[in-house]
Ligand binder design. Structure first.
Ligand SMILES: [Zn+2]
Length: 219
């Protein structure tokens, strides 16, 4: 089981980028002036720090991400490769894994952190990931309602007979996981995003963040 993107995946992406093979074509049109994304130009490369988990230890790796600019209005947007989530250092696999491990089961936050009988830690041996980290990731994912809505709309166009809407509506948040209505809604939204991402990857072969992060990443 891999708990994060691997060094190899990140290095392979960096190579693609250096060869100019990362294209803006899979992005949606500019939300401001509607220029098609294949006209976007490379604007800059931003060095980013990623945290990956190797043999249960958190390691740092740097990789630049491409920013494209819309030639119509000059807006810039970050292209998020498969392993990245907007504004997060941990990779998509890690965040999705632990959010799913908590939301998709009866586990407490502490239990959800345990993989193969241990909890990922830092190389200095001082700290491990803690339960507040999962709590935060669940909150982050639950707030991506714009991305979720667009992903669901693409799914229903691609696969009109999809049962995803029924499946999402029928899912009930385990009552032991929340005290207030606010948190129940957050957990429900997070579950929706996780389930939608799984189906989206099957249908489109891409993470919703690669395809739709433009909606939450325009600055
Ligand atoms: Zn534009």
């Amino acid at each position: 089981m891999t708990l994060s993107a691997t060094i190899e995946e990140i290095k392979a992406y960096q190579k693609e980028m250096e060869k100019g093979e990362v294209k803006p074509d899979s992005l949606p049109p500019c939300p401001r002036c509607h220029v098609e994304s294949n006209h976007f130009k490379i604007h800059a490369y931003r060095e980013r720090r990623f945290l990956i988990i190797i043999k249960m230890l958190v390691q740092t790796i740097h990789c630049p991400l491409t920013r494209f600019a819309c030639p119509g209005c000059g807006k810039t947007v970050t292209f998020y490769p498969d392993f990245a989530i907007p504004h997060k250092h941990y990779t998509r696999k890690t965040i999705m894994h632990f959010a799913e491990s908590y939301v998709g089961s009866d586990a407490t936050y502490e239990k959800a952190l345990v993989c193969e009988k241990s909890v990922p830690g830092y190389p200095d041996g001082q700290k491990t990931l803690d339960s507040s980290t999962i709590h935060r990731w669940v909150t982050t994912l639950s707030r991506m309602s714009n991305t979720l809505r667009k992903a669901l709309s693409m799914i229903s166009q691609e696969s009109p007979k999809t049962t995803i809407f029924r499946d999402l509506a029928q899912w009930i948040v385990p009552p032991g996981k929340y005290r207030g209505e606010d948190r129940r809604v957050r957990l429900h939204n997070c579950f929706q995003l996780l389930a939608t991402e799984a189906l989206f990857k099957i249908l489109f072969g891409l993470s919703i963040f690669t395809k739709l992060a433009i909606n939450c990443a325009f600055t």
